[in-house]
Design a protein. Sequence first.
Length: 274
Amino acid sequence: MTTPTIRGNLLNSVQMAHFVTHGSLRMDAVVPAEMNDEAMKVLTSDIPPVPYGTPVDEAYPEGSFARRLLEVPQVAGALHSLVGPRPNVDHHAVHVRQPREGQAQPLHADAIIDVRSDAFDVQLMYYPAEVTLEMGGTLSVPGSHLRRTNESDTGRYQNLKGQDRLVCPAGTVVFLHHGLWHGGRRNDSDTQRYMFKIRFNPTVRQRRLWDTSDLADPRVVSELTTHFPWYELATARLEQYNRVLLWRALTGDAQFDVEHWVTRVSNRPQEAVA
């Protein structure tokens, strides 16, 4: 993952604001066809596990399929923008959905409840073959990542208004915030569905790691005020509050706010009346 490749493919501020708001970033068909063909052979034989927290360069030696996947320019640039250089690999897994298996994965957030407001892990999800609606795909709930839950606390919910059910071309990569509610849908097709997942832990402070030249673009605030239909309008204030906290942490701008939400809640004057 050479520096020129990363630098030319960093995310911009509007894309980062989209990630902060949606909890995900999708890049369609960014992996070359020949790599997708290779992946179908590599993933069927499985990829050996690595110990939790292994540096990425140790987890995936130079020339390995996983390493070359991370060196795809758009993938390398997005990963650097989100978690920075030299992240650790928390874990990885090959998820396979069998044809007409008749069941779906419960809606969940990965691992235990995680209340970090100034840092986050990122999950890369790679789809080497086309995913059709009949094949199920990964279900996710945009904007749910800042509503803290523990694993499958949301598992009793079957459908939420505004949910996204992934349909994508081969070679698609999706980056997820670790807290996003998601689950693998039932495969009603006659074709196996493959997805390769890697969770990354940052090893540097996640501050201004992307191309910040458009930080003042009005579309940044527009992204951060996006409304999703699964919550009521009044509770949207909580989402915007949490987005502002994360955006402040990412940019280092302690004065940034949207509609005064964080400013009024954190207002604690220290001057005493004589």
